[in-house]
Design a binder for this molecule. Structure first.
Ligand code: ZN
Length: 324
């Protein structure tokens, strides 16, 4: 929805420019650049969400609701005034500037991710446009090792955040580096992720700190278990001056379908039942504790709150709920 309106506005400004209103052209360019990032405050922290990929793809079925009839998911989309078979997921790394450190959560698709270039792999560009040089990132934190989260670590073998240390879930790293992962079918998501772990993450291992639930990443930023999507999938609880945010990685693949039906299977969850239990627990925590959420795949700018609704939940984008 947000993406659509952004495009409409950009298109309208570009149209004005063509009709001879020259300042509108600069306006359109500025808007297109600005729309690749969104910046808000969280206490003393500055939060910037960054758009790595902007592509409309098939779904949300079966990415969400794999175990349900396609028509049921289509009907839910129609009820919510959304296209039944196409959606534009966010691919949204989050940057936290704590005042002493620049901490980046996930690195986007890079050259090897789920959304190929030129539509995907734009994180570096989005960072620079937001005024952040990739060399100034101190810490890169990985929620899990799917290709759309670790693909941006290296480009052509070159680390994209050359001065950063890295934080990776210990269980996650152990799972993906196990030899048997490479015996999965070559066209499977599991094989592709295991291969990209070897090519894009393992070369950085000297600089990786391995963590698990309850560990502290940096002052105010703690690790939360969110297993199921992958065996070591992690979320991160972030707090500054009493204001709180959850970076939840892939706890939702669609802001309507995942939230209202946490019990629907997610295609890319490796453990479907654990994925359901994690969604229920994480959504309940976000709703009860009124946490701001940075949701990687919810529509850009991928920031919102969660509210209980019936047997499920509802996503309230920050554009509606305001900044905390
Ligand atoms: Zn993902």
């Amino acid at each position: 929805m947000i993406t659509l309106s952004r495009r409409l506005v950009t298109g309208a400004l570009a149209g004005l420019a063509l009709s001879g209103a020259r300042p509108a052209l600069a306006g359109a360019a500025a808007l297109a650049e600005a729309s690749a990032s969104r910046r808000i405050r969280l206490g003393a922290f500055t939060i910037t969400t960054l758009l790595d990929a902007d592509e409309t793809i098939d779904g949300p079925w079966p990415i969400v609701g794999e175990d349900r009839p396609r028509e049921e998911v289509q009907a839910l989309m129609r009820e919510n005034r959304l296209a039944p078979d196409r959606f534009t997921p966010g691919f949204t790394p989050t940057l936290i500037e704590t005042g002493t450190q620049r901490i980046l959560f996930d690195t986007g698709n890079g050259e090897v991710g789920f959304i190929p270039r030129p539509a995907g792999g734009r994180l570096g560009q989005a960072l620079r446009r937001a005024g952040i040089a990739p060399e100034t990132i101190d810490l890169v934190v990985i929620t899990h090792c799917h290709t759309d989260h670790i693909g941006g670590l290296l480009d052509g073998g070159v680390p994209q955040f050359p001065n950063a240390a890295y934080v990776v879930g210990e269980a996650e790293y152990r799972f993906w580096t196990a030899e048997e992962r490479l015996s999965a079918p070559a066209d499977s998501n599991t094989y592709r992720s295991a291969a990209v772990v070897r090519s894009h993450l393992v070369p950085l291992r000297e600089r990786i700190r391995f963590v698990g639930p309850g560990d502290t990443v940096a002052p105010g930023i703690d690790v939360v278990a969110a297993f199921g999507h992958t065996p070591g999938h992690l979320a991160f609880h972030c707090e500054s001056e009493g204001q709180r945010m959850l970076v939840w990685g892939d706890c939702a693949h669609h802001e309507v379908a995942s939230l209202i039906h946490p019990e629907w299977h997610a295609l890319f969850d490796l453990d479907k039942d654990q994925g359901i239990a994690t969604r229920r627990a994480i959504y309940a925590m976000a709703a009860t504790e009124r946490l701001l959420v940075a949701g990687y795949h919810t529509a850009f700018p991928s920031l919102g709150h969660v509210e209980a609704r019936g047997t499920g939940y509802r996503w309230i984008p920050v554009s509606e709920s305001g900044t905390p």
